[in-house]
Design a protein around this ligand. Sequence first.
Ligand SMILES: NC(=O)c1ccc[n+]([C@@H]2O[C@H](COP(=O)([O-])OP(=O)(O)OC[C@H]3O[C@@H](n4cnc5c(N)ncnc54)[C@H](O)[C@@H]3O)[C@@H](O)[C@H]2O)c1
Length: 327
Amino acid sequence: MRITILGGNGFLGRKLAARLARDGVLGGRPIAALTLFDLAEPAPLPAPFPVRRQAGDVADPAAVAAAIPPGTDVVFHLAAVVSAQAEADYDLGLRVNLHGTLAVLQACRALGTCPRVVFTSSVASFSGGQEAVLPDDARQLPANSYGAQKAIGELLLQDASRRRFLDAVNLRLPTVMVRPGRPNRAASSFVSAIIREPLLGLETECPVPESFAVWICSPRSAIAWFLHAATMDTAPLGLDRGINPPGRSATVAKMLQALEEVAGAEARARVRFVPDPEIQAIVADWPAAFEADRARRLGFAEQEPLEELVRAFIAEDLEATRRERGL
Ligand SMILES: NC(=O)c1ccc[n+]([C@@H]2O[C@H](COP(=O)([O-])OP(=O)(O)OC[C@H]3O[C@@H](n4cnc5c(N)ncnc54)[C@H](O)[C@@H]3O)[C@@H](O)[C@H]2O)c1
């Protein structure tokens, strides 16, 4: 198996790379080589197979072609400008999220061997808001530029799959929590911050009310879905390459309750409610629940309970986050 992770230095890219290094196999086949590609050269990764680390721009076709050499079996396309940033800088979002995806499509097409492409789309490609429970055939009607760019990427990869240029699985990821490190420029950054910052002993602001619900998943689930998407039989997908994986609908109140159960009332007390109209304007349209029956039928694993998400962050990422932030 020869694998490329575009966006290999990001939150999920690093976790995926670490998991591949630990397993040494994908879908029962030994991994022969892994390429990690990101804007800055990805961090070294000890692994039982050769790891190439490349710096480059995903919107640069030559750089992307170099990151997807002949013989590549699987490409994880995670490189993206996230939601609030793509909303604030339209040109950057268009370049990275749309032209980057086109460069990936063309690089895979040039191989002539129809590699599997796992593309990370987003719940932000839908709208419907707090009351919605979206069925599997819900129409993508994005209410932000990031979501529109993801939906366009999906459609391009779906058509490229029909033409056998590549073999895409488009995962519409829920908001992944708990994200380690620092707050980022995703509009949903607060979803992780209200758990992570209190666990670091820091105060944080929540821009939405306690009743606000979010469709979430854990990093563990996201990685499990990536591996399944990379190895599943895509014949049953037919033309429809879009998957709404089985996340979980959770209100801010439920998240804080899980925080309190694991880390006590003093942790919960570090969250203050300060409405932010800019963030609210982006996240208000995101649907808070999906039926996700098709994904379950296709073997995508269920989401673990909220308390487990909090405990997993403490076990796997809290110390590294402390070190990274000099706390
Ligand atoms: N984390 C979530 O909650 C979530 C939810 C839905 C969808 N997604 C999608 O999943 C993917 C991974 O998310 P993440 O949380 O790891 O994001 P992240 O921001 O941590 O990682 C994305 C990576 O892409 C890289 N990148 C940005 N512009 C680039 C460019 N021009 N060329 C090359 N690399 C570039 C960044 O440097 C970063 O390392 C993204 O596509 C994101 O849109 C994430």
